[in-house]
Design a protein around this ligand. Structure first.
Ligand code: GLN
Length: 317
């Protein structure tokens, strides 16, 4: 039984997925953040990184798009790496809310019991946990450096997106203060909110996102740079969180259909991690009703089936 993935088969699967879904017109760009509505809807890229660091790409894999909620993954990992998985479980939790990503109801319902760093409330809370406490600049450097180590390359904030998002994030502002009310935020609420907004506004390419996925898949060692970015015992922690809530209220349907731990963002990116085997990213701006990229979901589902990537499958890897 071999776990390694044949490069030719992978290349073929990526190309077929791109060809099959590039004309798909389902979904629409996020528009509650004005910048995102203006991103060309036809962009579509798929990238996959293997254990040797080789990244195969098809389509628009060098276009820098808003990382948005995919950034919740590196920040949760960083919080676990700086403190411990147990500290994050205790202060935030690892349970799905079953509700939309920006749900205030979820906070009211679970006020005595935190939820997960992969929805907005938990992500703002995770930003508040990042060290050094109280230093906006120090915390931001820690988050950005960590993402750069995961990707093996530089990332920059898309300033227009950051301003667009900061000017319209009233719901997230309420979340930050509600967390304060329940003592579930561990630094200044405004500082934590701004960090969250900034991390969501980072530009990333599908190629970079695939390398980040692969670093997570390979136990924290970046396959490009060979640097150890985080403790290897955190891979099962973060992938279980992604599997539990990566697609918000559609996570169960996604996991049932594909068996892939993955995380979506309203910028149109989806990052999928198959532990020990491969990291894959897909990007296309039009979203379904839960804020998950329609085309990226279809492409990843197709590739998972072609390459037998379902992590729950007991046979024939
Ligand atoms: N920055 C966005 C928000 O907070 C991220 C949401 C997402 O990608 N699901 O609304």
């Amino acid at each position: 039984m071999s776990h390694s993935i044949d490069k030719d088969l992978l290349r073929e699967a990526l190309e077929q997925a791109h060809e099959r879904f590039c004309t798909d017109t389902a979904g629409k760009n996020a528009d509650y953040i004005p910048y995102l509505a203006s991103v060309p809807s036809s962009l579509f890229g798929i990238a996959a990184t293997l254990p040797d660091g080789d990244t195969l790409t098809v389509g628009d894999c060098d276009y820098s798009f808003g990382i948005e909620s995919v950034s919740k993954v590196p920040t949760a990992l960083l919080a676990m790496n700086q403190h411990s998985a147990e500290a994050v479980l205790d202060k935030i939790g690892a349970d799905a809310t079953g509700l939309p990503f920006n749900s205030i109801m979820a906070i009211l319902l679970e006020n005595d019991h935190p939820s997960t760093p992969l929805v907005n409330a938990g992500a703002i809370s995770a930003c508040s946990m990042i060290l050094p406490t109280g230093s906006a600049e120090g915390k931001w450097n820690a988050i950005r450096n960590f993402i750069e180590e995961l990707c093996g390359s530089k990332v920059e904030v898309i300033e227009e997106l950051y301003h667009s998002e900061s000017a319209t994030n009233f719901n997230n502002r309420s979340i930050a203060w509600l967390l304060r009310n329940y003592e579930r935020i561990y630094d200044d609420p405004e500082l934590s909110l701004d960090l969250y907004t900034r991390q969501c506004s980072l530009g990333i390419t599908a190629r970079q996102m695939a390398v980040m996925a692969a670093t997570i898949a390979f136990g924290g060692v970046n396959p490009l740079t060979r640097r150890e970015v985080f403790k290897s015992n955190l891979t099962p922690r973060i992938t279980s969180m992604m599997a539990t809530v990566g697609f918000y209220e559609h996570t169960g349907d996604w996991l049932f259909s594909t068996g892939l731990p993955a995380k979506s963002g309203v910028g149109g990116g989806i990052m999928a991690v198959v532990p020990g085997r491969i990291g894959i990213a897909a990007f296309a701006p039009p979203l379904d009703s839960s804020g998950n990229s329609s085309k990226a979901q279809k492409a990843l589902g197709f590739i998972a089936q072609r390459l037998n990537l379902n992590i729950f499958n007991a046979i024939d890897h």
